[in-house]
Structure formats: C-alpha cells, structure tokens
Design a binder for this molecule. Structure first.
Ligand code: GUN
Length: 297
C-alpha cells in the first residue's frame, strides 16, 4: 500500500489536539464540556467515551450525563436549560441519534447557540451559510482540515459531496463553497451519480452505505475523503468499512482517508477545538487572563 496516498487522520487529529491543549495551558483556563447521551446505543456509547477521554487529555473538564432511553423530552429540555445557565459549562454536546419519542430538532434548538459545539442550532447553521464566524459542525470542519493539509488552497476545485444530511453533507457543501470550490451535492435521487462524481477533484463520501463508491466513480488523481463508518460482517468477522471501497479506490485516487483512522479522529479533535472557541467567546474581559497593556493606555 502506498502510505503517502493514505491520509493519516490520527496524526492530523493529534496535531489539532496538541494545539488546543497548548492554547488552553497558555491561557490558563479550563473549558467545560457537557456530553449528554440518551439511551444505550452501542456505537454512541463508544463515541461518547472517546469524546470524554480526549477532553480530559486536552485539559477540558468534561461532565457526562447518561440518561435512560425512556427519558422524557421535558426532562431533557430541563437539563439543557440548566447547562445553558451554568457558567462552568462552555459547550453542550447532545449525542445523536436520540430515541424516537424525542423531537430532535426541538431539543437541538434549546441549546444556547454560543454553547452549541456541534454547530447544529439554526443560528449557527444560518451563520455558516452566510459565511459568518460561528461554531461549525465538527466532522465537516475535520474534513476541511484534511483537504487543506493535502491540497493547500482549494480555490476553483470541483468538489462532489455524496449525501445531504444536516450533520455532514449540507455543512460540508457550505464550507467547500466558502473555500471557493465549485460544489455538487449528490443524493439518493441523483441521476447519473457516478458520472457526475467522475468529474470531481475532491470527493466527500457521506451516505452511510458500505463501500458504495468504487473506482468507477472516481477521476484519476482525485482526493477522496470517506466519512462513512459502517459495521459489516466479513467472513464471519465484524469490522468497520467506509462508504468508499478502499481497495478499489486506492490505485485511482491521489490521496484517500482510511476507515477507521481517517475522518473519525478529526471529528473529536474539532469538538475540542470548538469547546475552546466557545469558552473564549463566552469569557468576559474580566475573566480573561490579563492582557498586556496597549501602548495607548
Ligand atoms: N452522531 C453522529 N455524529 C454526531 C455528531 O457529529 N454530533 C453528535 N452530537 N452526534 C452525532
């Protein structure tokens, strides 16, 4: 395998986390992150555990709220209201998916936009589409970092995003547009999807269908970012694969993210980065570390 072609998401995430850790130590602050998990979805439990571990390693105080699957919407809203009002909590992450009896949009809108480290509140979604500086969804932010690390300036490149979810596809398209790419979004109703994808310099796969995208979808030399994390049974063993058929795509792409070890670690790293950003934005001048006196004072 040509390792130069395989984008190392773990190493990239370690660099982001190191910078966040360094900034936190230099500022002498301790941001607080509340992580809420409702129910016992096994994949969500793993994600939440990893988020809490990374927070602690980075110098972020984490508060974990594990609630039973039958938690009522009113209790969840009451917890969010309490966390919104708690000055020790700078970021609130509500792990998705939620049990079916809870209205996801209703509870996500209850999180204070300034503490919405997932960037899912409509104020942040709107701000992103207008190009304002807001808290931005973690997975798309991580993908952008990997693309910049690999290609440098993205201006004028044709990016194809496969998938139109609120968590990845839509914010991804907005970030690529902000970076001056020409953006095509493909989805389940797209006609000639493979043919359109073959025109892309950059392919972002976020459909949630194991190994759907193979070499026949790719232009030689394109950069492939695989957001999919799908658990499959393979020769009697359970393993994780992406939305891209890695073995088929590797000889065609100029660079590609693996699954696992590609985008996944970047999502968590950007959650920590967003928590620090939120803490800095919430800090009043008085609670900020003493700034050097400007020459005019
Ligand atoms: N579930 C899957 N991805 C995410 C994410 O980025 N944030 C949250 N809160 N839940 C998720």
């Amino acid at each position: 395998m040509n390792s130069l072609k395989v984008i190392d998401g773990k190493a990239a995430a370690a660099r982001v986390l190191l910078q966040v850790k360094h900034d936190i130590a230099a500022l002498g602050i301790q941001p607080g992150l509340a992580v809420i998990l409702v129910g016992d979805d096994p994949a969500s439990q793993v994600y939440v555990r990893n988020k809490v571990l990374r927070a602690e390693e980075t110098g972020i105080r984490s508060l974990e709220y594990r609630l039973p699957a039958d938690t009522g919407q009113a209790s969840l809203l009451a917890l969010i209201a309490r966390l919104n009002a708690d000055a020790q909590v700078n970021g609130i992450l509500l792990q998705l998916p939620l049990p079916a009896h809870i209205d996801e949009n209703r509870v996500l809108q209850a999180i204070a936009p300034g503490k919405d480290v997932d960037g899912f509140h409509s104020e942040n979604v709107g701000g992103l589409s207008q190009g304002r500086e807001v808290l931005t969804p973690c997975t798309p932010s991580g993908c952008m970092q990997l693309l910049h690390d690999t290609l440098g300036d993205l201006s004028g490149r044709h990016a194809v995003v496969i998938g139109r979810s609120n968590i990845v596809g839509k914010p991804m398209a907005a970030l690529l547009l902000q970076a001056h790419c020409s953006v095509t979004v493909l989805h389940s109703r797209s006609q000639n999807a493979a043919q359109l994808c073959r025109q892309a310099d950059i392919v972002i796969a976020a459909v949630g269908r194991p190994r759907m995208i193979d070499a026949s979808w790719l232009k030689p030399g394109c950069v492939v970012i695989d957001v999919g994390i799908n658990r499959i049974e393979d020769q009697g063993r359970s393993r994780l694969v992406g939305d891209v058929d890695f073995d088929s795509a590797l000889p065609v792409a100029s660079a590609i993210t693996p699954v696992p070890g590609g985008v996944g670690p970047m999502t968590i790293a950007f959650l920590m980065k967003n928590t620090l950003t939120a803490a800095l934005q919430q800090a009043t001048p008085r609670s900020l570390p003493e700034a050097p006196c400007p020459s005019t004072c």
